[in-house]
Write a new protein. Structure first.
Length: 292
């Protein structure tokens, strides 16, 4: 026998009407503690989709990072992109590399670490390698918030290091040029994964959401699911929008190839397919050899 949590019938009907949900779904959400249609709408990410969110594009760190990247693009300076070897790190790097190199025509040198040789995060040795490749700016994705040594080495070499990360912030921050991290300046987006933070920086560079940026949503959705961040608010909207694009086959060739290898039908893809079929295959590359 099923024992259902009690729910206020009037509130259930109100939520169902205002959010356009079936009564059983509205009842389940109200029973879980959602006390208004607005709270339900925010949880489901249904307020005009991604366009319903007020992106923190005026946050000082985001403005500073975007301005330095634009300066590098205009001056023809090489940008060293340093990612990570897991699914979130790989998708973060792919988003930034494609947007910067193809969208802004920037000179980008991508670098994904080797799990066994380099370990996690950007280190002083990696800064030296990027400097040897002629990079003037270092842009990390899904790492860097604890990279004190790398930030100091970048300063020694007159390089500007921009960190985009979402991992736990320590008691001290690295002396980087800019720290784009939701827990520091825009806590309303504190649950973004690395791919989500990278996507946010692209929105700032673009000046707002665009069709070009929405084409990255298959990658942002995979990073979000892979890092098991809470599927509420903007994360829920990101995954919903990413799945919607996948079902229309509006995806990157790599996503399509992953689906084919995993025998996943994109027209019917769901979060379970991402979590147990596509994302693990991206994670596996960094565990078997190199993620690139």
């Amino acid at each position: 026998m099923w024992h259902l949590r009690p729910a206020d019938d009037q509130l259930v009907r109100q939520v169902a009407a205002e959010v356009d949900l079936p009564i059983p779904v509205a009842r389940a959400l109200v029973a879980r503690g959602f006390g208004s249609a607005a709270a339900v709408s925010e949880f489901l990410g249904l307020r005009d989709g991604l366009k319903g969110f007020e992106w923190p594009l005026e946050a000082p760190s985001i403005r500073k990072a975007a301005a330095r990247i634009r300066q590098a693009v205009d001056a023809g300076e090489r940008i060293g992109l340093y990612g990570d070897y897991d699914c979130d790190g790989v998708t973060s790097a792919a988003i930034l590399y494609r947007y910067l190199s193809r969208g802004l025509k920037a000179d980008v040198y991508p670098r994904l670490p080797d799990r066994f040789k380099d370990g996690y995060g950007v280190h002083p040795q990696a800064v030296d390698q990027l400097h040897a490749q002629g990079c003037k700016v270092i842009l990390t994705c899904d790492n860097g918030i604890s990279a004190h040594g790398a930030a100091a080495r970048a300063q020694d070499l007159a390089m500007d290091m921009i960190v985009t990360d979402h991992h736990t912030v320590g008691s001290t921050l690295p002396a980087a040029y800019a720290l784009v991290h939701p827990q520091i300046e825009f806590p309303a987006f504190k649950d973004l994964c690395g791919a989500g933070v990278a996507f946010l920086l692209c929105i700032a560079l673009e000046g707002g959401l665009s069709e070009r940026l929405e084409s990255f949503l298959d990658l942002v959705a995979m990073g979000t699911i892979a890092d098991v961040v809470p599927l509420s608010g903007v994360n829920r909207a990101i995954v919903w929008a990413g799945l919607e694009r996948m079902r229309r086959d509006a995806v990157h060739p790599g996503t399509r190839a992953l689906a084919e290898v995993a025998s996943v039908n994109l027209a019917k893809i769901g979060t379970r397919d991402l979590a147990f079929s596509l994302c693990p295959r991206l994670n596996a590359a960094g565990r078997l050899e190199t993620p690139d």
